[in-house]
Structure formats: structure tokens, C-alpha cells
Design a protein around this ligand. Structure first.
Ligand code: AMP
Ligand code: ZN
Ligand code: FE
Ligand code: FE
Length: 274
């Protein structure tokens, strides 16, 4: 069954390589019915994506991906149908972006001590107008010839708890779910298979979790089946997407590599509109 909606997409407003406008045009050309832009900790790409989508027959769902921390593990929470003009929500995102700038400076010091010399300006150049993330640091390391690819950098240096890994301020999953609800959105546990432990689910549901991202490129077939059943058993919404970052991001699958079929998308959009 063909994918009609890709609900997990990054643009150059965070660490993706394509502009929101280019992503919309690409999705439109592929014949998708809907996409959600879900940049890390920012809604800066949404307004221009909405504008571009108006000129096409594509439904654009405003989204976000919030990085959270629970019991020393990183959990990502997706928000869908959020109000991207909401003052308090924007203020929260600002504080998360500040923590990204502080972390970038710390990472550069840490990397220097490990023998990898890169300039903050090089990282910020990769980030352009976005808040710096690990992929921007990784691209600067590749430019300097220290590694062959962004993936290599993550494997050796910047992956979770690797020598170049630096913590930053993160919300708890509960706070992220509440913030998404307060701004009118639905909260979804992103790629639960990457945590590969369902034990936090009851606490996320107590906090009001609305759905599970069942379809994601990192999920095996058996994980996909597992999360699909888990969602059904717990009356949670089913979502999915490619986690697209653009053609050269090193984490890459193409747009619509994963996503929702017409049947799942109908259930999703019905709930969003309620
Ligand atoms: P940050 O939000 O700055 O901590 O960076 C997280 C982002 O880094 C993810 O959303 C991915 O885009 C990227 N990333 C994480 N792990 C890897 C990996 N193993 N290879 C390539 N990119 C990765
Ligand atoms: Zn990313
Ligand atoms: Fe994620
Ligand atoms: Fe993502």
C-alpha cells in the first residue's frame, strides 16, 4: 500500500539540508497528500512551508520534534497540529535553542582537547540561521578531513555518551507532552524502537501521550508490528515518517520512505482536526 503522508521531516530550519519550500515542492512532485515538518526544537520553518503548500494540493501539518531526557536516556517527542504563533511555546523553544548554542561551544572545547580542531564559526556556518546541533558539528569535522562522513563522526565521536558527546538542557517527556498540549497539539513518542524499551509508556500515557510513531526507518519489521499492536491495545494514534534530513545528511532515507497509508492517515487527520 502506498505511503500518502510523511509525518517526520527536518528542514534547514534545524539540521536538515533542504529549505521548507524545497521540501514542500519535492513532496508535491512525489504526489504525497500530506507532510508534517517536525524540526528539532524549532517552528521557524513552518510559516514558509505553509505558504508553499498553499500553492500546491499538499496538506501541511505544523509539527515539532522535542528532545527529552528520562532516566539518562534520550527520548524524542513529536508534536502535531501545534500553534506555531503561541508566545509561551515560542519562549520555551527559545530556551532550548539557547542551550544548543551553549552546548556547541562546549563541544568545540571538548573536541579540541581530543585533538580535533574546528572553529565555532565553521559550525555556525553549517547551521546557517538554525540553532547548532550535532550534525552541524559533524559536517565541520568532515570538512576538516577528520572523518569521511557524518555517520562516521557519530559512530566514533558524537553518538550518545561517546567521547565528544556533551549534554544540554532538555525537557522531561512529561513537560514536552504538556507543552505540546498547551499549544493545541497532539504528542507522539518518536521512534520508540530506538529506545527499545516500552517500560516508560505508562508514565508517558499518564502525562497524556496521544500516539506512537510506528513507521520509522530505524524500526525493523517486527518492531513495526509490535508498536502497531501496542498502539491499538492502548488506543493510541498511529503515526510514521521518514525522518528525512535531505540528500546528504548521512542519516538519509528519501522522503516517503516511511509514512502512513491512506487508511492510517484518515484516522490521523480526523483526530488532528478534532
Ligand atoms: P542533536 O539534536 O543536536 O543532539 O542531534 C541529533 C540529530 O543528530 C538527530 O536528529 C540526527 O539528525 C543526528 N544523528 C543522531 N545519531 C546519528 C547517527 N548515528 N548518524 C548520523 N546522524 C545522527
Ligand atoms: Zn535531525
Ligand atoms: Fe528523533
Ligand atoms: Fe527526527
Amino acid at each position: 500500500m502506498p505511503v500518502v503522508a510523511d509525518l517526520h521531516i527536518h528542514t534547514d530550519a534545524s539540521d536538515g539540508l533542504m529549505s521548507p519550500d524545497a521540501v514542500v515542492k519535492k513532496a508535491s512532485a512525489m504526489g504525497l497528500r500530506a507532510i508534517a515538518i517536525t524540526d528539532h526544537d524549532t517552528v521557524d520553518g513552518i510559516a514558509s512551508a505553509v505558504r508553499s503548500a498553499k500553492a500546491s494540493h499538499l496538506e501541511l501539518i505544523p509539527g515539532i520534534e522535542l528532545s527529552t531526557d528520562t532516566l539518562g536516556r534520550e527520548v524524542h517527542i513529536l508534536g502535531y497540529g501545534i500553534n506555531y504563533h503561541d508566545g509561551p511555546f515560542l519562549a520555551l523553544l527559545q530556551s532550548l535553542q539557547r542551550s544548543r548554542h551553549e552546548r556547541a561551544e562546549k563541544m568545540i572545547q571538548r573536541l579540541s582537547a581530543l585533538g580535533y580542531k574546528i572553529e565555532l564559526s565553521a559550525v555556525l556556518q553549517h547551521a546557517a540561521d538554525a540553532a547548532p546541533g550535532r550534525p552541524h558539528v559533524a559536517r565541520a569535522l568532515v570538512d576538516k578531513g577528520y572523518f569521511n562522513s557524518v555517520t562516521d563522526v557519530f559512530h566514533h565521536l558524537l553518538g550518545y555518551n561517546m567521547p565528544g558527546y556533551v549534554e544540554r538542557f532538555k525537557l522531561t517527556p512529561k513537560k514536552a507532552i504538556e507543552a505540546i498540549h498547551e499549544t493545541g497539539g497532539l504528542a507522539v513518542w518518536a521512534h520508540p524502537g530506538m529506545t527499545d524499551d516500552d517500560s516508560p509508556l505508562p508514565s508517558f500515557m499518564d502525562a497524556g501521550l496521544d500516539g506512537l510513531e510506528v513507521y520509522h526507518p530505524h524500526h525493523t519489521e517486527s518492531q513495526t508490528t509490535h508498536y502497531r499492536n501496542l498502539a491499538r491495545q492502548n488506543n493510541l494514534l498511529i503515526t510514521g515518517g521518514s525522518d528525512f534530513h535531505g540528500a546528504e545528511a548521512g542519516t538519509t532515507r528519501d522522503l516517503a520512505h516511511c509514512g502512513l497509508t491512506s487508511e492510517d492517515y484518515t484516522l490521523f487527520i480526523r483526530k488532528i482536526r478534532k
